[in-house]
Design a protein around this ligand. Sequence first.
Ligand code: NI
Length: 180
Amino acid sequence: MAVLEVYEYPHPVLKKKALPVEKVDDDLRKLMDDMLETMYAAVGVGLAAPQIGQSIRVLVIDYEQEEDENGNRIKGNPRYFVNPEIIWHSDEKVCGEEGCLSVPGQRAEVERFEKIRVRYLDYNGKEREILADDFLAIVLQHEMDHLDGILYIDHLSRLKRNMLLKKLEKYREEEKHERD
Ligand code: NI
């Protein structure tokens, strides 16, 4: 497995609508394994393929990660979604704070459907359906947005989005400063 580069805002690949996967094969499984390792290394709970520069409809999620003796994140309950589609959602919505590895160091409140039913192909290419609620529903909606070229900051008002982008700029300057 390999840790890949995470593409950050405003990289154009993050704005593209990703293409469906035609076949779940060993190459795709290797990519999903690498995405998972990249996500653990970056301390995230979800990662979509466009975030590693691949404009295809694939995402991985694991919010039950464990830590090894060195404090590194390791596999908890990894979930793999290929060509996911929302086939039903509740009328009810919930508000929660979200962050994104492609918008480092920032968080903001976003509204999402409380429950969704998603059809997808799993790690072995088998068609499945899941009724997701709570945190899984939120993470899935966030990651599925990535497949349509949408970032969580695109759900914010123009004012809030601009404020967050200013903070992102500042955050990056500070990070750069720390590295120099
Ligand atoms: Ni994200």
